[in-house]
Design a protein. Sequence first.
Length: 156
Amino acid sequence: MNGSPLFGTRLFETEYFDLERAEVLRGPRGTLFWRNATSGVVNVVTAEPEMGVFRGAAEFEYGNYNSIKAKGMGNLPLGDTLGVRVTGYYLNRDGFSDNLFDNSDIGGRDMYAVGGSLRFKPTDSTTIHLMVSFSVRTTIVCAFKSRLASATRPAC
C-alpha cells in the first residue's frame, strides 16, 4: 500500500477505502518492491490531501444479516501549502451461520478504521507527506459442524 508491502494472511478480507488508484504491475518486481514479488505487484495508493480544495464525501449501506457499512472522508485546505485529509470506515455484520453449541452467530464482522494525512508543500520541489492510520477488526470465521462438541470441547 502506497509503495510499502503489506504482510498478513488476510489481506483480501481487509476493506480498502479512500483510494486514489490501484496499480497492477506484471512480472518480477523484486528490485522495486523488495522481495517476494516474483509474479508482480498490486500497489494500492490512497488519496492524498488536496491543496486549496475543501471536499467531503460519505457513503452508507445497509444489507442482509443486519450489515451496516459507512465510509467517509474530509479534505481541509489550510492555506496554499498545507492540506489535511481525514478518513473513516465502519462495518458491522451479523453472522451467517449458527453455532449449534451455544446458539450464537458465526461469520460476523465488526471492524472500523480511521486515518489521516497531512501534506505540506512549501515549494514546488519539496513535499512532506505524513500519514497515520488505526484499525480494529473482530471477525469470527469458524463455521463448521462437529459431532464431538461437548461442554468441555466446543465445536469452534
